[in-house]
Design a protein. Sequence first.
Lengths: 165, 126
Amino acid sequence: MNGLTVGVEQLDSITADIWATYVAAESVVMAFGAQDADPARTDISAQVDIHGEITGTVVVACDSGSAADLARRMFGLEPPEEPTMIEVADALGELANVVGGNVKALASHPGELTLPLVHAHERIVGWPRSRPSCGVEVVWDGGRATLFVWAGGDGAGGATSKGSL
Amino acid sequence: MRALIIDDSRAMRRIIARILEQLGFETLEAENGRHALELLDDVVPELACVDWNMPVMNGLDFVYAVRAQVRLRPITLMMVTTESEHSQIVRALAAGAHEYLIKPFTAEAMREKLHLLGLLPEGVAL
């Protein structure tokens, strides 16, 4: 099996494109240090695994306020309507799905994407492989999120949790 | 005109629905291929926007199922998915999908695809 190889510039470009299309016309994307990948720094994350001839994991993580803003925008909710927890998980999961699919497209070998899995972080024990191969942070007028890519392994590079949403 | 939107993400179904409704479509939603086939027992839309990676029944299997029924052959099938591997695109088109739109897509990109398919409602400019 081949590990997924993604550069931070590629993740930056993918993130900028997806955020501009589905979240906010203006956002800023910057490199985020792999050493800072810590689920304790955020409230909720969504992951997709890539498996097959290439393997890897993609995670989108953010605080609960930012996650709610993502859901508000993707569902087209107007104040005072607020997204439900299910809608927040759905929106974050779909963003992870789209990021994951575009990351997978960079690989030179075919692979398959799992369905998104969303975790509330108070239930996370930790990410088994704590050093992702690259990460970016995206900031928009409604919040911020971090995106990480783990390469290689058995594809199950995401969170170990007591349960998921 | 009516469009059936098939995606396991409700957020994505809403995004696609907003675009299509602004173009004048009536929209129906299904969360997987099996659910979509059940809806097609009662209504045959002009367009189906089909995600690939879904639980219960994925988009490719849905395309095969639709193409196997003469009654459903008038439906234009457009894959709307993150799957961009060339071999997979060929597979979907060979199965009977008419068009392919890769996520993320803008409203303009979807409008252009519908124009190519001859499905832009009357009075809607490209």
